[in-house]
Design a protein around this ligand. Sequence first.
Ligand code: MG
Length: 309
Amino acid sequence: MRIASWSWGGRLHVGVASLASNKGADDHFELTPLAVADPSLGALPLIQALARGEALPSATGARLPIDAVTLVAPLPRPLRSLFCVGRNYRAHAAELATTIFSTSAPAHDEWPIVFGKLPECVVGPRDVVRLPGAAVSSQIDYESELAVVIGRGGRNISRSRAMDHVFGYTIVNDVTARDVQQRHQQWDLGKSFDTFCPMGPWIVTADEMDGRATRVRGWVTPKGGTPELRQDGWTKDMIFDIPTLIETCSRGITLHPGDVIATGTPAGVGMGLQPPRWLGPGDVVRVEIDGIGWIENRFEPIEHSGHAG
Ligand code: MG
């Protein structure tokens, strides 16, 4: 099941995305709204209800073609900060060995790096990401990532039971201000700028895919240019696998239904290139994960923002 959240007819909706044909491309998907009390929370109340053992709400309203709606993030305002994992693919650790990871422990470290990304920075799968201006940061970078959505909550979840707590998977771009990330001992500030967490296009439930063995790719289309495949990795190559990440994040901390763990990014980020290449106005980043779909976001200066955010 794919659980999506969208805007249509001046209202927000939550429901199920299903293939209208067997062509596999997401423009052939249709959306069926479900009877949920507060669609502004996206899939969150639904995940909470299912975790309590309740049934899926009934359908309400007609199916719509996906082209007719504006998708929003499946969790437009997560319960709390996203748990994010740093340096979780060896090739990515190597490409940033002299920068981000120069002061942290070596890659064969026993414990993952975990930082937080504020829930307010989540935006939709096709939304514009706002460049903050050179006075704030001139080193904006992308990170294509698989995100795990927790279903049943728990504390001190063992590795062997961890997959029972996975509700499903979605895509995030862990957009990062590299200069700000490096300036502070903790990464949260440089990871949490407004709009810096595009998410979507929906959550695919864990019965339909195995996040432990899927392909993660990221393309950058420079303004006026053609798409460049920058990242191409497999989640089976993670240093700390999904069960280990759940075990780690739940040590002494109760995980709740709807919590999100962004699992880290493969090699090929802009900072890892020689010389580094930062995102600029008009650039587009697309992140695609097999079994889920894709998100695609254009980067534009914050001065041109049409809304206060
Ligand atoms: Mg990341």
